[in-house]
Design a protein around this ligand. Sequence first.
Ligand code: GTP
Length: 593
Amino acid sequence: TPLSQIRNFSIIAHIDHGKSTLADRLIQRTGGLAEREMSAQVLDNMDIEKERGITIKAQTVRLQWKGHVLNLMDTPGHVDFAYEVSRSLAACEGALLVVDAAQGVEAQTLANVYQSIEHDHEILPVINKIDLPAAEPEKVRTEIEDVIGIDASHAVLASAKSGIGIDEILDAIVERIPAPTGDADAPLKAMLVDSWYDPYLGVVILVRVMEGTLKKGQQIKFMQAGTTHLIDRVGCFRPKIEQLTDLGPGEIGFITAQIKDVAQARVGDTLTDAKRPAAEPLEGFKEVQPVVFCGLFPVDANDFEKLRESISKLRLNDASFSFEMETSAALGFGFRCGFLGLLHLEIIQERLTREYDLDLITTAPSVVYKIELTHGGGQIDLHNPADMPDPNRIETIAEPWIEATIYVPDEYLGSILKLCQDRRGIQKNLTYVGGRAQATYELPLNEVVFDFYDRLKSLSKGYASFDYHQIGYREGDLVKMGILVNEEPVDALSMIVHRATAEVRGRGMVERLKELIPRHLFKIPIQAAIGGKVIARETISAMRKDVTAKCYGGDATRKRKLLDKQKKGKAKMREYGSVSIPQEAFIAALRMG
Ligand code: GTP
């Protein structure tokens, strides 16, 4: 395809503003799929992939529109995957900015738009959901101009759901987004945008060719990884797979090269010709590192092997999470896993539970602390609170900090500022735009990983949005807080906390555990302690009667139900010495009040 007829674009949108629906519409309108194949969202759904042989993880689709080739690059919409987003954006010349006509601009959108602007993108605003009764397209148009500072006079008013404005969007892409540039005869430089494991094709690599040409049968070199591979397939997704002979400059497509492990195909790497390599790799390569760690243990110790297999399978498709075996006195065998963020953790945990049918205990998520040992003992990275060295061996502890941007309607600002304050936040900036405030805070990451996002959402009735990036390590007065149930330490619940907030956190934990742990036939003390010093304590009083006693012997069905429920509950309990702790308690206890 001649460069002048190529357009590469991504879609920027806040969650739920309609990105997937719009993408599906564009595919449908340009003939990628027939109406009957559009019953469910194409770019979003994993099961459809297998059923129809179309690929979904391929976050790019090649569209044909009025003699032009339009490559739609879908991007993950969450802060945890910011680096992937940045590479997808680097593969494009423009972006559709989808804003919900009833919700307006949100912080997540803002962060992505600024990133897009940094990549010199032409941004086409699309005001979506104009069919909604609460839609205020003109207000949103002004907001886009005021808040983001781009011209929105050409914004397309659309309804992805009802199919309004779709042709206008496609025309605008052709007219307004610049064609890519690049020299077909230069040494090959292609960017690795994404990779995933396909059971039939092996590792599939999504690339954007910058210079030169990528051909089937070519020997290529990954400039960052230093490995060479023979390309055995070249193609694109429409969204069905279509094989091609080559990909020229400006083009987006996929290759396979008999690669077994996604870890070898890292996002941001540069592919070049092994025989005629480029002098320099592309800029912007970064090795993504997990930032949040937790232990995953099977509730039933017999499931350990199954957990190992399931985790290994998931890892085949996701090189950004790490795992290694871990043993805990109380929980037995499990894995210490590292994730890009809490959402990433939840996705993996959810897939293990749902797709692999595993009951899991997740230990308190922790960030990585850097500990300087006394007497020149060197520095260690602490991933697990259980491995915290003795306090008198510690010279200093440093924790990772983030800069967060929060965007919230004025009426909720007070409670959000208080939340940031409670989490040791340092305010850097506060501005108001059209009834909304934008607050910038520096916060310790460990105060954010537990439930900050949930709290933010509930305090603002869902209106606040949040985005962050890491800004490095800072020393802090950090201590390990342990939890004792019936005098026994429960490793899974121990965490690193700041001394100033330890008591509040400890009290909150024991209070919630009191609610979460069922009564037993004996009294159970629950304590939070730092070193040997107890900082909070609650007691679960002993159960006085049989659990069915309150049924007054009358209703047999109810009685049976109750017993069934108890039996079922038992399967998901974990024994600690003589105390049973329900599975939910582990996560629930970590949520701060
Ligand atoms: P994530 O996949 O969660 O990032 O969301 P998304 O931005 O891809 O949004 P999605 O396309 O899944 O749409 C979110 C919801 O909005 C769905 O329930 C859609 O049916 C609905 N929706 C999308 N576009 C429109 C529209 O134009 N009008 C109306 N009324 N609803 C829409």
